[in-house]
Write a protein that binds this ligand. Structure first.
Ligand code: EZ4
Ligand code: CO
Length: 402
């Protein structure tokens, strides 16, 4: 079997998605997600200009060899653009292998470890009251786990809060929107949110929260401590994690479980976090961490240290990534939870898929491969639109983390 054609499909059914399609001489094809929010076209160029020419004529069934070839062969290793491009190809190759074998991807990985994949949805509101109402909606929809974010009094806009509640989309402008942030105001507010949620809903549901890289280690330690009475499932991205050591300090001060890794792209970004047991959940995902082949390596390392998976699943990851992630989650022994932000109807139409939601769980489906396809005709109706993620400044104008 030989690879005869590779292409990229860029489509914007409400938001931008980059898709790799690999075609073989036997008519079987595979697709993979290569979307890097706000930097989409860099990945397109990396694929078209540098990776595709190396793939023509290769045997698509040699997934490991191709992965090693692309990773080692670049000489300049790692980084989000490189690893997202490799992930798009890797996912497409696993899709092909599944279709050739006539087996769903989870069977190729080692088979089913669970009946369904527990997911968490996003409840967000401009104030605590609105967030409480949103959490109630998710409970009614059958979710077992819900992430709660709320606007902070005195801060005009906050991460995770949007008008389109069920379909939050932060990449909202042709140039980056400037947001304002105050860690002090946030820290005074966030315990009140969870106090209200536990008072209202009790302890039956898992509650999660994302600090989105906005705290220093000692601030994160304080937030973790303040939230302990509310028994969070996790506190996510407490600090920017370039410095893995900073989690030591947080860890020494709080029993609130910690999750990090949605922006990591390789095992080396989380090696110390995992081997020193500084975190409880690793959030790397298929599309940004080198595909199924590399994510499996990360999960296997994590398993040795009692760290469980909690893959990123925001709307900027396409349904292809979600499908592949769900097969991965169905197999991976140290599964924790899967993030699930629902895509819009337009997006779901462009990417017909086999996965479905039922009573708080997603089910990967049993179609061969990852079970997600792309309607290229429909995709062509939605041309690329430049869109950036916001940037953040402190109240005095200092650039900060978004
Ligand atoms: O802000 O994916 O946990 N989820 C998140 C996401 C990220 C976006 C950035 O592209 O933090 O909403
Ligand atoms: Co996050």
């Amino acid at each position: 079997m030989k690879i005869v054609n590779c292409k990229v499909i860029v489509t914007c059914p409400g938001r931008n998605f980059v898709t790799v399609k690999i075609e073989t001489d036997e008519g079987v094809y595979g697709i993979g997600d290569a979307t890097l929010n706000g930097r989409e076209l860099s990945v397109v160029s990396y694929l078209e200009d540098h990776l595709f020419p190396c793939l023509i004529g290769r045997d698509p069934q040699q997934i490991e060899d191709i992965w090693q070839y692309l990773y080692r062969g670049a000489y300049w290793r790692r980084g989000p653009v490189t690893m997202t491009a490799i992930a798009g190809i890797d996912t497409a190759l696993w899709d092909i292998k599944g279709k050739v074998a006539g087996l769903p991807l989870y069977e190729l990985l080692g088979g089913r470890s669970r009946d369904g994949v527990m997911v968490y949805g996003h409840a967000n509101g401009l104030d605590i009251e609105e967030t409480v109402d949103e959490v109630a909606k998710y409970i009614d929809l059958g979710y077992k786990a819900i992430r709660a974010q709320s606007g902070v009094p005195g801060i005009p806009s906050t991460y995770g809060v949007a008008k389109e509640k069920m379909y939050y989309e932060p990449a909202d402008a042709e140039l980056p929107t400037e947001n304002v942030w105050s860690t002090e105001k946030y820290m005074n507010h966030v315990p009140r949110l969870f106090d209200k949620l536990r008072e209202k809903f009790g302890f039956e549901h898992h509650l999660l929260h994302d600090a989105h890289h906005r705290l220093t280690p000692i601030q994160a330690a304080r937030v973790g401590k303040d939230l302990e009475p509310y028994r969070l499932f996790w506190l996510e991205d407490a600090v920017p994690a370039e410095n893995q050591e900073s989690f030591r300090l947080i860890r020494q001060h709080t029993t609130t479980p910690l999750a990090v890794g949605e922006i990591f792209n390789s095992i080396f970004d989380c090696q110390q976090l995992i081997t020193e047991q500084l975190i409880d959940y690793i959030r790397t995902t298929v599309v940004h961490a080198g595909g199924i082949t590399h994510l499996r390596r990360i999960a296997n390392l994590a398993d040795l240290y009692n760290v469980r998976t909690g893959s990123h699943g925001a709307t900027d990851l396409s349904p292809i990534c979600m499908g592949a992630a769900l097969h991965f989650d169905t197999w991976v022994p140290n599964f924790g939870i899967q993030e699930y932000m629902r895509h819009t109807e337009q997006t779901d139409d462009v990417f017909p898929h086999d996965y479905h939601f039922d009573k708080g769980y997603l089910h990967a489906g049993s179609a061969p491969g990852h079970g997600v396809d792309i309607d290229e005709k429909l995709a062509a109706k939605y041309p690329y639109r430049p869109a950036y993620l916001p940037v953040n400044r402190l109240e005095d104008g200092t650039m900060y983390n978004w």
